[in-house]
Design a protein around this ligand. Structure first.
Ligand code: DWN
Ligand code: ZN
Length: 417
């Protein structure tokens, strides 16, 4: 990881974030984009929105897919970070099932100890609290941490680093389970983060991580999940090398449908690599996911999706239709700013997250309103920016649909449902 000059807004990486190799091959350029979770609070606050290059590269040495720009984490995640995990029932159910499974599999009890890195608003740890199992959350975002404390989840408000892990270990902190969901891809110091996990894990402990999987990202053209918070796009091949570098072993994986296709990773200090990992490594080799050729056509596929979506929206608009959008999601910011979808096409975006309502989408500055606006304004179409929660949103919006409202799903190819 290139040295971040103090106060610098970003650095352009010259070597691989994981192995330090210099065989970095850029295969997708999305131009410069604003920060996906930095929501302007007014349409003309006169303050220029910072934009940063957004390009994706493949490492020829460890096959890690990564973006080449590192934006200062203090700019990305600290003040007023607007993401609260609990605004999705599907995510809450998903997390509860994971916890109940681990309590049973690992025989966890009141004498156990569980840590979650990027614990957000307590969406997951609260399930351990309910079961009388002691927990500690570690998360730099103070807003979500305040909500977590209402659920009896104590949070250490800080970035998780190797140094923090060393100081916690000196205080005798060791965990039976360490959770880290949708954070491994977000950390500027990937190696320090993983080394920190190894330091805090009990000898017979397990780290259970979730991260989006690069294969469905490429195969389903989920290019909108590329934004500056997401530094890495993991394959099992790249993960296996990363963990082994720190004395950790990826012993089991589960493939999940959440967030457009993710991996759940079971990582331990003892090597007992199971069939799920061996099979997936063989699958990736057979698919060529560990080589640049697999990624070469992605740019053209992205360009086609961008043209198809823009053409569809402009045709509907030309036919006199009104169009809104659902989900002020970070992935939505990438989509609207790389396709060029502005207020000329989209009247407003709705979101259940009250911390986002009243603000504007980055770049295109489309106003964000509460979901009630769909029934108040009854737009003819709604572009689903949070397509990863389509089923939940469709089930929720029965009244809007009963009145004739239609949804436009942009990924993997634009379609009306
Ligand atoms: O990695 C990340 C993923 C896990 O979450 C973070 N970097 C940021 C965030 O990405 P995102 O903003 O693209 O994620 P979501 O979870 O797809 O965002 C969905 C948005 O839609 C949220 O703002 C909540 C909102 N929502 C809603 O209004 N009604 C979601 C559901 C399910 C709903 O019913
Ligand atoms: Zn590498």
């Amino acid at each position: 990881m290139a040295m971040m000059i103090v106060g610098a807004a970003s650095v352009t990486e010259q070597v691989c974030r994981s192995c330090g190799g210099s065989h970095i091959n850029t295969f997708l350029k999305l131009g410069t984009t604003p920060l996906a979770d930095r929501l302007p609070s007014s349409i003309d606050d006169g303050e220029e929105e910072p934009v940063f290059p957004l390009s994706v590269a493949f490492c020829g040495d460890c096959s890690l897919v990564q973006i080449t720009e590192t934006v200062n984490p203090r700019i990305l995640f600290a003040n007023a970070y607007p993401y609260y995990s609990s605004f999705s029932q599907a995510l809450l159910r998903h997390s509860r099932d994971n916890v109940l499974d681990l309590i049973e599999r690992r025989g966890l009890h009141s004498g156990s100890f569980v840590i979650e890195l990027a614990s957000n608003d307590g969406y997951l740890l609260k399930n351990y609290v309910e079961a009388g199992i002691p927990v500690l959350g570690i998360d730099p975002a103070d807003g979500p941490a305040a909500v977590a404390s209402e659920f009896g989840v104590p949070t250490h408000v800080a970035f998780f680093t190797r140094e923090l892990a060393e100081s916690l270990r000196r205080q005798g902190v060791r965990a039976d389970v360490i959770h880290a969901n949708n954070v491994l891809a977000h950390v500027a110091d990937t190696n320090g983060f993983v080394a920190g996990i190894a330091l805090l894990l009990k000898d017979d402990g397990v780290a259970v991580l979730e991260a989006p999987y690069v294969e469905p990202m490429i195969d389903h053209c989920e290019f909108d999940t590329i934004y500056h918070e997401h530094l890495c796009y993991f394959s099992v091949t790249a993960l296996d090398k990363l963990f082994r570098r720190h004395g950790l072993y990826l012993n089991e994986i589960k493939q999940l449908s959440i967030h457009g296709g993710s991996l759940r990773l079971y990582v331990e200090l003892q090597e007992r690599v199971g069939v799920s990992v061996r099979d997936q490594l063989a699958h990736e080799k057979a698919q060529g996911i560990d080589a640049i050729d697999y990624y070469i056509d992605f740019s053209a596929t992205v360009d086609k999706l961008k043209v198809d979506l823009s053409t569809l929206l402009r045709r509907l608009k030309a036919d006199g239709a009104s169009i809104a959008a659902y989900g002020a999601a970070a992935k939505g910011a990438t989509l609207i700013n790389t396709v060029g979808i502005g207020r000329d096409l989209i009247d407003f975006v709705v979101d259940r997250n009250t911390h986002k309502q009243g603000k504007y989408m980055p770049g295109q500055k489309i106003p964000i309103r509460s979901t009630e606006a769909l029934l108040e304004a009854q737009p003819d179409y709604v572009l689903v920016l949070a397509w990863n929660f389509l089923d939940e949103i469709m089930a929720q919006q029965t009244e809007y649909r009963a009145r004739g409202g239609k949804f436009i799903v942009p990924v993997p190819n634009p379609r009306i449902v």
